[in-house]
Design a protein around this ligand. Structure first.
Ligand SMILES: Cc1cc2nc3c(=O)[nH]c(=O)nc-3n(C[C@H](O)[C@H](O)[C@H](O)COP(=O)(O)OP(=O)(O)OC[C@H]3O[C@@H](n4cnc5c(N)ncnc54)[C@H](O)[C@@H]3O)c2cc1C
Length: 242
């Protein structure tokens, strides 16, 4: 079925970090999505010029037509600065979705392997939908999130991730920062590497259901390292933001 463009109203915005903002839409004709899917947003100028960009959904399926995205401002970008700097509550935007059937995770899917989520920068967005969905549908198999950002101030959903991890003994969250050496920091302060995977994941199993999201270079590096660690490529799903 071809997806229709529809008009959705922004009902709330949240400044997540200096460079990222969440937009929460009310989408009247929303069909249920799966965690990991995305929407397309289309902007039309007065002269008819149009641009489209994809944005992952950060809200869980359980939130229904209250659909959230989180946009990172790309300097000199055509679309993202408009979404982060201009769009406010009450704006109406054209969007279509949900889109994508590959990079998705359902809490009730079998077999239930432990989840391994690896995020670079705004690549956390679709993985956050998975973690929010998992939180609402408690399951026995564990989950590990390894989230790499430039600096602590760039970590999106930091408080929520800490809260989820605190209340759920089966979720392990590991933060990685690559351009800062914060004092009293429990996380890593370098780029992801094989030793990090060995320390975080241990040697019990390599049989994970893996989702990696971020820039192309981050995704490729993480996928290569995981295969070196022993994870089968069949168990690795990737999403590249370009
Ligand atoms: C499936 C999918 C899901 C996505 N989900 C998200 C999401 O959840 N959040 C989000 O913020 N973005 C997401 N993106 C990226 C998004 O679609 C846009 O590419 C991004 O917002 C930049 O668009 P722009 O018009 O501002 O920049 P453009 O005008 O397209 O690009 C301007 C310049 O910035 C460079 N550039 C483009 N994108 C990036 C980037 N991500 N980082 C650094 N430089 C870049 C370009 O090469 C160009 O030089 C997703 C992309 C895909 C394909």
């Amino acid at each position: 079925m071809k997806l229709k463009w529809q008009i959705a109203e922004v009902t709330e915005t949240i400044q997540e970090t200096a460079q990222t903002k969440s937009l929460i839409f009310d989408v009247p004709e929303w069909q249920e999505h799966f965690a990991g899917q995305h929407i397309d947003i289309r902007l039309t100028a007065e002269d008819g010029y149009q641009v489209e960009r994809s944005y992952s959904i950060s809200s869980p399926p359980e939130n229904g037509q209250k659909v959230a995205i989180t946009v990172e401002r790309v300097e000199d970008g055509e679309v993202s600065p408009y979404l982060t700097d201009i769009v406010e509550k009450g704006y109406k935007l054209e969007l279509r979705g949900p889109i994508g059937g590959y990079f998705v995770w359902k809490a009730n899917q079998t077999p239930t392997k432990p989840l391994l989520l690896i995020a670079g920068g705004s690549g956390i967005v679709p993985l956050m939908s998975m973690l929010r969905h998992r939180n609402l549908n408690p399951i026995n198999s564990g989950a590990v999130l390894i989230y790499s950002a430039k600096a602590t101030a760039d970590i999106i959903y930091y408080d929520e991730l800490n809260e989820l991890t605190k209340k759920d003994g089966t979720l392990k969250t590991v933060f990685v920062v690559t351009r800062e050496q914060p004092v009293n920091w429990q996380g890593y302060t370098r780029r992801i590497d094989l030793q990090m995977f060995e320390e975080v994941l241990g040697k019990m199993t390599t049989d994970y259901n893996v989702f990696i999201c971020g820039s192309t270079s981050f995704v490729e590096a993480a996928a290569d390292l995981l295969q070196e660690f022993g994870v089968s490529p069949q168990n690795i799903k990737t999403e590249r933001f370009g």
